[in-house]
Design a protein around this ligand. Structure first.
Ligand SMILES: C=CC1=C(C)c2cc3[nH]c(cc4nc(cc5[nH]c(cc1n2)c(C)c5CCC(=O)O)C(CCC(=O)O)=C4C)c(C)c3C=C
Ligand SMILES: [Fe+2]
Length: 445
């Protein structure tokens, strides 16, 4: 089943109103952009132009390429090593249909829409203002006139898609990777079920929040009858760099975040720590993919803001000004955990965040962090509902995430200022080839 409209001879970019109204010229994103928007500044390496014609039957001339879009197709899904954009709309969905064919058709339809939207085109072939006059448009319209804005859409499959309450819902149980299990309860977790888990996840990142929201909204619209939105999270101000070309941003504690992150320019490390190495028959389909961990972490910023600078730096283990380790050097210097200072105390405290999470203290494991700040209003007691929506991509959550999180939960000085309120783990299938669909390897072979 496909919910994408099939274009008929009576429709096109200029459609007579069914009520006898005069012909209505359709407007598409690429039609509005074209040469006038050709000067839009690209947001990083790998950007492409490449606007295409609208839906079948379109008589619109090919506009000039518009910069600002990342390729949708490739060996890996975009949105992992892509230079982290400024904005996030993350969404988790649950299947409402129990039919395997509905799951496959949903992934096919999502793939088609994502391939279009990431290139700055409308979600469907007719667009927001064209197509049959008596049918809902196949794009919602709020991105009309906006460039791709570096939009990437990354899809993931949760443990519940494979097995829920012991039930093999879609005939996929034999293909559930051993690493894809619900994350364990960590000490101090205060998780909200309405902000956790989900059969499917969508990470939409862009440099314009309207473009990211438009993407998720249209994917939710397309899913209707097959999957429904379980929860979603907006984010701003990326809290990581995923390319050496990017400056290190700051989180809501005011500290540089992302200094020691894995970067796109380190393919060997990405192979070691981010891309899945299949172990057997169950996870062969995940070769070239990854695992996405998401944690909604509330930060009690009002309490933090009352701490002396000395205490703030002690908790993180780095200086607030430059991000250099407290053991000395500059931002990108490796911390020396053996150096001692006044009172024979280690310069980087034993419960400092950067000591606990450093690869040297964790059997060498690293992760690719891709989180965002969030502020979801205030709680009526004068405190902001603010924090960090932590996202990490790892090769295997059992080795690369769970032990590190357990250590933070048990002994990180920063935990005093944090509360984990949402959580999820998804397997992120490999990239899509032209003509294929996201997650295809799970259903074939
Ligand atoms: C389980 C993994 C991690 C969680 C959860 C986490 C939360 C978290 N982190 C900060 C602030 C900073 N983290 C920094 C470094 C850093 N953090 C993790 C992992 C988790 N953080 C890792 C693996 C690293 C890199 C360690 C290394 O390789 O040296 C830093 C320092 C700058 C940097 O390297 O990025 C800061 C600052 C907050 C505020 C937070 C939860 C709200
Ligand atoms: Fe951290």
């Amino acid at each position: 089943m496909s919910t994408q409209p099939v274009p008929g001879p009576e429709v096109g970019p200029s459609v007579p109103g069914g009520d006898g109204a005069p012909a209505r010229p359709g407007v598409s994103r690429r039609g509005l952009l074209g040469a006038g928007a050709a000067g839009v500044v690209g947001v990083g390496a790998g950007l492409v132009g490449g606007r295409q014609l609208g839906g079948p039957g379109s008589a619109v001339a090919e506009p000039a390429p518009v910069a600002g879009g990342y390729p949708f197709h490739g060996a890996h899904q975009a949105g992992i090593v892509t230079p982290a954009q400024d904005r996030l709309h993350f969404a988790a969905f649950d299947m409402v249909s129990a039919e395997r064919e509905d799951l496959v058709s949903l992934l096919q339809d999502w793939t088609a829409a994502a391939a279009r939207m990431t290139q700055g085109r409308d979600a469907g072939p007719f667009g927001a203002t064209s197509g049959p006059y008596d049918a809902p448009p196949d794009d919602t319209g709020e991105a009309l006139g906006l460039p791709p804005s570096g939009l990437t859409i990354t899809f993931g499959f949760g443990p519940s898609l494979f097995r829920l309450a012991g039930k093999d819902r879609f005939g996929l149980a034999a293909r559930q990777p051993a690493g894809l299990r619900r994350l364990p309860h960590f000490p101090g977790d205060n998780l909200d079920a309405e902000r956790s888990d989900g059969d499917l996840c969508v990470q939409a990142c862009a440099d314009d929040p309207q473009v990211a929201v438009h993407a998720v909204r249209n994917l939710a619209r397309i899913a209707m009858g097959r999957a429904s939105l379980r929860w979603s999270q907006l984010g701003f101000g990326r809290t990581s760099s995923t390319s050496t070309a990017q400056a290190t941003p700051r989180n809501l504690f005011g500290f540089k975040d992302g200094t020691m992150n894995l970067k796109a320019e380190e393919p060997g490390l990405l192979d070691d720590h981010v891309w899945v190495r299949p172990e057997g028959a169950a996870d062969q389909w995940l070769a070239g993919g990854s695992y996405l961990v998401a944690r909604r972490i509330n930060m009690t910023i009002e309490t933090w803001d009352r701490q002396p600078l000395r205490e703030q730096e002690r908790v993180i283990g780095r200086t607030k000004a430059t991000g250099a380790p407290l053991s000395g050097g500059e931002e990108f210097s490796q911390p020396d955990f053996t150096l001692k200072g006044r009172g024979d105390e280690p310069l980087v405290a034993t419960d400092a965040h950067v000591r606990l999470v450093h690869p040297d203290q964790n059997r060498g494991v690293q992760m690719l962090r891709r989180g965002y700040n969030f502020v979801d209003g205030s709680n009526g007691l004068g405190r902001m509902d603010a924090g960090l929506f932590f996202i990490a991509y790892v090769r295997d959550p059992r080795t690369h995430y769970i032990p590190v999180q357990m250590k933070i939960a048990r002994g990180d000085g920063m935990s005093e200022y944090l509360q984990h309120t949402g959580s999820g783990l998804w397997a992120v299938p490999p990239g899509v080839q032209p003509g294929g669909y996201v997650g295809q390897s799970l259903f074939t072979g």
